[in-house]
Design a protein around this ligand. Sequence first.
Ligand code: AMP
Length: 459
Amino acid sequence: MTDFNTLALKPALLASVETLGYGAMTPIQAQSLPAMLEGRDVIAQAQTGSGKTAAFGLSLLQSLSVETIRLQALVLCPTRELADQVSKAIRKLAANIPNVKLLTLCGGMPLGPQLASLTHDPHIVVGTPGRVQEHLKRGSLHGGGIKVLVLDEADRMLDMGFSEAIDDIVGRIAKHHQTLLFSATYPDDIREASRRMQRNPVEIIIEAPVDTKPAIEQQFIDVEPARKLDALAQLLTGERGQHALVFCNMRRDVDAVAEELDRRGFSALALHGDMEQRDRDEVLVQFANRSCAVLIATDVAARGLDITALPLVISYDVAHDPDTHTHRIGRTGRAGQTGLAITLCTPREKPKAENIEQILGRPLPWHPLKVSSPRGKTLNLAPMKTLVIDAGRQDKLRPGDILGALTGDAGLKADDVGKIDVFATRAYVAITRSLANKALERLRAGKIKGRNLRVRALH
Ligand code: AMP
């Protein structure tokens, strides 16, 4: 049954659902609400538009006791925009319950008014991790009565470097609480966070419709050695080349291919075992935060890469053995999207391709490619650009401080700020490429966390 009436919801909540015109429950609601209403921890794979906000909103409102003037539900979101949306949605659901006090507490907003509105604890707080942590630390917010903790878009929060802030928050709130974790993707760090923070959670995965099931399309392309680079550049042109991984069998080819692609106007970087740790970190950061569109790597070096759902993986050389080939193509086609795995094969490499064919147990999908000669420089730049700040965890710099400086003084929208990585002594932030110079100038002119810090752009 997907009718809201089948749930033991307060009449006031059923009335709101009706006013909002929700006919039936969405799949995520039908699957998660019964468990959530029982008080179970839930980890749910849910995208925007799935109806997840109403799912956790209804659940936390159901367990709320308005007469108790204490903070009872805390919702953490990655950005102010999302926190505002979630607050609005919960307010609508709470419309028929008198006197529910909900407060939105986000970074990048002045602290004074927030402190003023915290003279009495609200029932519900929706906010970004950095600012909520600050209030809990200051004692302007009390977490001892929290019954429900919601992590919304948890994958994005971890991407933005909020992991430590969230752990600290969990350490400052009531020990026994229900944790509801929503995430569009399930990378290892989300599973790890769930293991740390949840007790025997009910796991909900909404199966993607059959035609969007993960699939890897393989293509083998016959190419003369002299035309390999032109073929590669041609394959990388366009949308799929915006986030692609290219494997070479040898280190020296990794460098040569990266340099040539860079010369031809691609945001391309090399990754191999000979590089200094710091340089490797910077390359991995830039590829993960979308400042580098094409990463050229050896198989060994690519192990350090925790990204799997790439739209395009290219073997510049046929892998020496079928196992390595399988590993390479496994980097694409996850998270409900079709991935393309292309292998370039010169006549001399045919025997290695035949090995792979044997393991595959069916004919290799050969595709003709008419390689055209390069005409001038094609611009194929990554959507983001990375700024480096010469301060990090040792300086108590947190992602929220950087986001705050960018959206506050520097005047950027949160949507133009990408992944934030804070290392011990340095921090990296991805900015929409067209705004990166402006952000750099403003950050240099202004202050981060009250200090003048050195900032520069990565190539
Ligand atoms: P969300 O995934 O939480 O961002 O919600 C997406 C949209 O779906 C919002 O505009 C909700 O108001 C709407 N919505 C949530 N639940 C339902 C439902 N059961 N029926 C129809 N619309 C819904």
